[in-house]
Design a protein around this ligand. Structure first.
Ligand code: NDP
Length: 469
């Protein structure tokens, strides 16, 4: 009998499902099926592949309510988020790559009168996606849509903590007409991930996860020289200059820290505020954070749901204690929330620390919870240096009304994605990914096509061969 694991609703601790772990023989079978299916899939014209992806996008939208509810139960995120972001952004992604599928092409290269060359942009073969638990369905879509548009087959492993919506995505693809084996979901934890990263017949791994996992995956993938895309963690900066539209900047800082209870990789957990507006900014923030509604994730009024697990909640609470011990000033929050109705849920108040120093652990390490650190700065040069003083480089934000300064600062920030006067908006048209330890490669945009294809160069002779023999 296969080993099993359980999926728990983190807001209630109720059991949602029991799933079978994919072992080595299950992975081998999935790869064999995918390899056969990929050949047929890649031989289909791009326009037909696109039509199937487009149908899947429509089905995702049609099932938005059911899927959003399931995602909320599996992750603890508020339904007010999952019903407008998680499923819809996945559908947008499928629709976008559905449109691109027929446009994937090589180049003609003129080599003078005696020859020409061309390139073919070909799929990699069987590729693998490994997801994190914070945006389970969206991650499955961000990885599978470009992979399938390019003619690959994908085996996807969701995080063990959030296994449910990827299964629905597989069903939706099937209903949309995707041939059997082109997208399949395998379940399990790190060991199942390792079986995939080490499998000789898988040509690429696209991982979303922590930096440490990224390093392990890249090391394992290196043994069979697989391509890798790594979407990893961050500790991103948000810089609020003295001329910023202050209420917008406060909104940006809140979106950058408390959406999905802070479990967002690109979050700007280091908020640098110019000294001249620092006190006003903190007071506005305190008042607005104080009105946020924490509670039952299925209640449409709830703005902050549960963290993903008890273990993760304790990690976040420990960081809050460390922040206090290291001298950060607790402005608001800082506690576990125990509801009368949901006393088995893993809820933590949105928390703001002020007067933070660059060397504090809460400022340096990824907490992945609702904990914002506010720091004061005096000059542009100083804040750019401090913003970049991190091993990570996923994202960054700037709030200012001075367009020259905005672009000048963004050009100097060591981050894969930057926002000017906004935060955490990720339209599928824009590539997304990290610099430094935050990752390798890009998802979304036309850029992702390059990461799911390889070029074949073809030389075509137009004259007789002049052989020297
Ligand atoms: P983990 O790194 O713990 O896990 C990510 C995935 O990798 C899971 O499916 C996990 O399986 C699997 N895995 C773990 N170890 C291995 C291994 N040795 N070989 C192969 N697969 C393995 O990340 P979390 O799920 O905890 O997600 C949070 C992290 O993800 C944060 O650091 C966050 O910043 C980052 N993230 C990055 C994003 C980006 O786009 N840059 C977006 C979202 C999150 P299992 O969990 O089932 O054990």
């Amino acid at each position: 009998m296969a080993a099993t694991f359980e999926s728990i609703n983190p807001a209630t601790s109720e059991l949602l499902a029991t799933l079978a772990v994919a072992d080595a023989s299950a992975i081998d079978a999935a790869v064999t099926r995918a390899a056969a299916a990929q050949k047929l899939w890649a031989a289909m014209p791009g326009v037909e592949r696109g039509r199937i992806l487009r149908r899947a996008a429509d089905l995702l939208r049609a099932n938005n309510n059911v899927l959003a509810r399931l995602e909320t139960q599996d992750t603890g995120k508020p339904i007010q988020e999952t019903s407008v972001v998680d499923v819809i952004s996945g559908a947008d992604c499928l629709e976008y790559y559905a449109g691109l599928a027929a446009t994937i092409a090589g180049q003609h290269i003129d080599l003078g009168p005696s020859a020409f060359g061309y390139t073919r942009r070909e799929p990699l073969g069987v590729v693998c996606g490994i997801g994190a638990w914070n945006y389970p369905l969206q991650i499955a879509c961000w990885k599978s849509a470009p992979a399938l548009a390019c003619g690959n087959a994908m085996i996807f492993k969701p995080a063990e903590l959030t296994p449910l919506t990827a299964i629905r995505l597989e069903e939706i693809y099937r209903e949309a007409g995707l041939p059997d084996g082109v997208f399949s979901v395998v379940q399990g934890a790190a060991e199942t991930g390792r079986l995939l990263t080490r499998h000789p017949d898988i040509r690429k791994i696209s991982l979303t996860g922590e930096v440490g996992t990224g390093i392990k995956v890249m090391t394992d993938a290196a043994a069979t020289l697989k391509h890798v895309t790594l979407e990893l963690g961050g500790k991103s900066p948000l810089i609020v200059f003295e001329d910023a539209a202050l209420d917008n900047a406060v909104s940006g800082a809140m979106l950058a820290n408390f959406y999905s209870a802070g479990e967002v990789c690109s979050n700007a957990t280091r908020v640098f505020v110019h000294r001249s507006i620092y006190d006003v900014f903190i007071e506005k923030l305190r008042l607005r954070v104080g009105t946020m509604r924490i509670g039952d994730p299925l209640d449409p009024e709830t703005q902050v749901g549960a963290l993903i697990s008890e273990q993760h909640m304790h990690k976040v609470l420990k960081y809050i204690e460390t922040g206090k011990k290291q001298g950060a000033r607790l402005v608001i929050g800082g506690n576990r929330v125990v509801h009368s109705k949901m006393n088995k849920g893993f809820f933590v108040e949105p928390t703001v620390f002020a007067d933070c120093r660059d060397d504090m652990s809460v400022v340096q390490e990824e907490i992945f919870g609702p904990v914002m650190c506010v720091l004061v700065f005096d000059s542009e040069q100083e804040v750019v240096r401090r913003a970049n003083d991190t091993l990570y480089g996923l994202a960054a934000g700037v709030f200012t009304q001075d367009i020259t300064r905005a672009h000048r600062v963004v050009a100097q920030l060591e981050a894969g994605t930057c926002w000017i006067n906004h935060y955490n908006i990720t339209p599928v048209e824009l590539p997304f990914g990290g610099n430094k330890l935050s990752g390798i490669g890009r998802e979304n945009g036309i850029a992702a096509i390059e990461h799911y294809t390889q070029l074949k160069s073809v030389y075509v002779a137009l004259t007789d061969i002049e052989a020297p023999y």
